[in-house]
Structure formats: C-alpha cells, structure tokens
Write a protein that binds this ligand. Structure first.
Ligand SMILES: [Mn+2]
Length: 442
C-alpha cells in the first residue's frame, strides 16, 4: 500500500496562491457552490469552505454527504458568527508569520556583513566575555567564532576573572572541549580587534573604553564606543541572538555548538522559566533536535566537589527573612558560584518574593546576587539604582547582580565588618522593595 492520495475540496472564493499550494500536496477540486460540492464523490482529506458561503444548513448537508471528511472554514469575515465546533483558519496569517521570520533573518544577514567587516582585517582577535564565564557567554563566544569562520588560533576566547569553578561550567568546558583563556588587561594590546559577547564595556569599570564589536542581551547602562553593536535586552540569552545570527548567515551549527547554545539558553532562562521570550523559545526549539542531549545531561549533572559541600551548610547557617525577602550572607568565599546558587535556593523558600545572597570574593569585592518572583519590580533596575554609582550592577527582570569593591563599601557605610554589611544590605533591599508598593511602579 502506497501513501494515501490527498484530496482537497474548496468551496467558494479563494486566493489562487492558496489553491496552488494545496495542489502541490494532492488533488484539488475547487467549486463555487454547495450544490456542486454535493455532486462530488469519494472521501476528502479536508474540505475548506469560504466563510462567506458558510451556513449551518450547508455544513450539516456536507457532513451527511461526506461523513468522514473534516471541514474547516477559511477566508471571509471572522469566525465569531458560527458555532464553536467549527475550526476557522486564516491561511494568509500562517504565511505572514513565515514572511516576518524570513524578513528578520534577511535583515540580520545584512547586519552580519557589517560585523564581519569590523573583524575581517584582524590577524588575531579576542572574544572577551565577563569575569565569571557562564554557559551563555561561552556558547555565544563559540558561535561568534563560527560566524566569523575563525578558529582557536585566530579568535581567542578570553576572560579576566578567576579560573572557572562552578561545577556545571567546568563540566561544560571539559565535555565540549572549550579553550577558555584567562587574560590580563595588559594582554589586550596583543589583539588586532576585540569583540565582546554577553557583556558590554561599562562592566569593566572604565578599564576598557574602546571595543570593536558588542553583542549582548543585557540592557545598555552607559555609553561607549563600538564599531558594531547588537543589544537585545528582550532576549533571555545572548545565545538566542547568536542562534538567529548563525541561521541568518546559513552557517552550519555543529552538534557541539548547538549543545553549547542550548545549554546557554537553558541556564540563562532557567529552562525558559525566567526572562524568556518567544525568540528564546524559537531558538530552543531549533537547537533541541541537533544537540547532544546525552552530553547535556552529563554536564547538568556535574558533581559538586566533596570539599565544597561544607560551604552549602556554612552558607545557609547565616540567613534571615524580612518582609518576604530571603537574605543569606556567605561571608568570605572563594567559590563565587555559590552566591547565585544560594540566591536561587532562596526563591524556593515558601512565600519569598525576593532573594538576596551576598559574599566577599577575592577578599576585595562584595558580590550580591538577587532574584525575584518576576511579577514585582525589576531586579535589574533595583540593583542598578542601588549600586551603579559604587560598583558594576545590573541584570534582568527577575535576576540581577552587583559587584562592589570593598573599599567603596567601607566609604559608603563607614565600616566593613560583616555585621555592618548585613545590616546595610538588608536595609537597602527592604526599602527598595517597599518603594514599589507606594507608587505601584514596576
Ligand atoms: Mn547571558
């Protein structure tokens, strides 16, 4: 038995383009009236009726005559007039969605030409990410390298922070064989051009004022010079922007790259749960079938080193709850990844609207990680308003971070003991969150 021949019956006035599309799928019979429709024989895959021809009587006559052929209504005025059991399909809308997508990709392709031009003369370029490399920025850096058709020798991926310690990120780097280099400010002059992904120059606190290109999904907080910049604050991950770039440029996405990008979107949006938009979902859906899900499971299951388990206990020992805000002080800590982890944990505590975790990293910086339930004031804005004058601060609706040099903290509060910092942070957030209920702004 071969595949069943598709047969379509169209009744009424239709665009010949639509009829043409259906005739590519099978036989099309196109009639103008109900009488003609009832004169046909056999079974139809689908009967499509113009809304202007439709009456309840015609529809019941058709279903008597063709009891096994499904009927849908299209064209004409909107569906509101007929009974709920009938399906109304706007074919032109389906096509329009495709047109919009293709337009977007074509426009992106023009942008990609600009981006390539910026870096084309560089013998050796740097793809710089933020000081705490996470899956999103690592995947985006790999994607940029593929987009520019470069390799390990001609496009170095680097950051200026500590060696990566978060177990999942270490596992990602190992399993996907990613060459991530720790570099210093001095090294920058060795490169012919610099690209930033998932970060923007102000993050580096004035240390870098000029850069060749920037691609990021964090909102822009301060002006800077760049020959090319693509800022998509609506996207949940830079990996989403990069996926769309690769698709627009028709660059083949390898399994390794796809797995990295999928993981980038997953972690930055907490599996499409936080700050995700339709673009993230679309990119996710596109990458899912070409990714190595077995490998991804291995990465996500990364084990916490035994000697670090005690940190979890220590961290939680110093927590308090005020006004539905979960606070946790991790004290002096050399594993920065535990700070956002504890902030995430705080949101799992019943009734919490906000979670604030902080600790002193490298004996020199206060790092604060903030989460909220999403339908309250924007975490990114709260953090920026509170700390942008004394440190780097920003983020998204429900997830944000601030890094403040300890000397600035001391200047602000007169002292630098943990008890003082705890009091200060608690008061700042209690006030910032309470302000919301007074003026209702978000
Ligand atoms: Mn990101």
């Amino acid at each position: 038995m071969g595949e069943e021949q598709k047969r379509y019956l169209f009744i009424g006035d239709f665009d010949s383009l639509l009829i043409g599309l259906f005739s590519k799928r099978g036989e099309v019979i196109w009639v103008s009236s109900c009488e003609e429709a009832l004169n046909q024989t056999g079974i139809f895959t689908l009967i499509i009726m113009d809304n202007d021809v439709y009456t309840e009587k015609i529809s019941s006559e058709l279903s008597l005559h063709y009891p096994t052929s499904p009927l849908i209504i299209s064209n004409g005025k909107d569906k509101s007039e007929h009974s709920g059991s009938l399906r109304y399909v706007k074919f032109e809308q389906l096509i329009e969605r495709q047109i919009i997508l293709q337009e977007k990709l074509a426009r992106r392709e023009l942008r990609i030409n600009d981006l390539r031009k910026v870096h084309e003369d560089a013998k050796k370029m740097l793809i710089l990410v933020h000081d705490n490399p996470d899956p999103d920025c690592i995947a985006s850096a790999l994607a940029l390298r593929a987009l520019l058709k470069r390799n390990k020798q001609t496009a170095i991926i680097g950051h200026m922070g500590e060696e990566v310690s978060r177990p999942e990120n270490v596992a990602m780097i190992e399993h996907l064989d990613i060459d991530l280099n720790v570099i210093s400010l001095d090294d920058l002059k060795e490169f012919d051009s610099i690209a930033m992904v998932d970060v923007q120059p102000p993050f580096f606190g004035g240390a870098i004022t000029e850069v060749d290109s920037v691609i990021d999904h964090h909102p822009q907080v301060a002006p800077y010079e760049a020959k090319f910049s693509e800022i998509g604050p609506d996207e949940g991950a830079t990996s989403t922007i990069m996926t769309s770039y690769l698709r627009a440029a028709q660059v083949e996405i390898s399994e390794r790259l796809s797995t990295a990008l999928l993981y980038g979107i997953k972690t930055d949006t907490v599996t499409l749960n936080r700050d995700a938009n339709p673009g993230d979902i679309e990119a996710f859906t596109y990458l899912y079938p070409i990714s190595n899900l077995g490998l991804l499971r291995k990465i996500e299951k990364a084990e916490i080193p035994r000697k670090e388990v005690m940190w979890f206990g220590k961290a939680l020992a110093d927590h308090w709850i005020e006004d539905d805000i979960f606070f946790v002080n991790l004290g002096r800590i050399d594993r920065e990844y535990l700070i956002p982890k504890m902030a995430d944990f705080g949101m799992q505590v019943k009734g919490m609207e906000w979670s604030v975790a902080f600790g002193i990293v490298s004996k020199s910086h206060l790092v604060i990680s903030v989460r909220n339930v999403g339908h309250v004031k924007s975490a990114g804005r709260v953090v920026a308003d509170l700390f942008k004058e004394i440190g780097s601060a920003g983020g998204h609706r429900s997830s944000a971070k601030a890094v403040i040099p300890l000397n600035k903290v001391r200047k602000e509060i007169g002292k630098g003991s943990q008890e003082h910092i705890k009091k200060w942070v608690t008061k700042l957030f209690k006030n910032a969150v309470a302000e919301k209920s007074e003026n209702g702004k978000s």
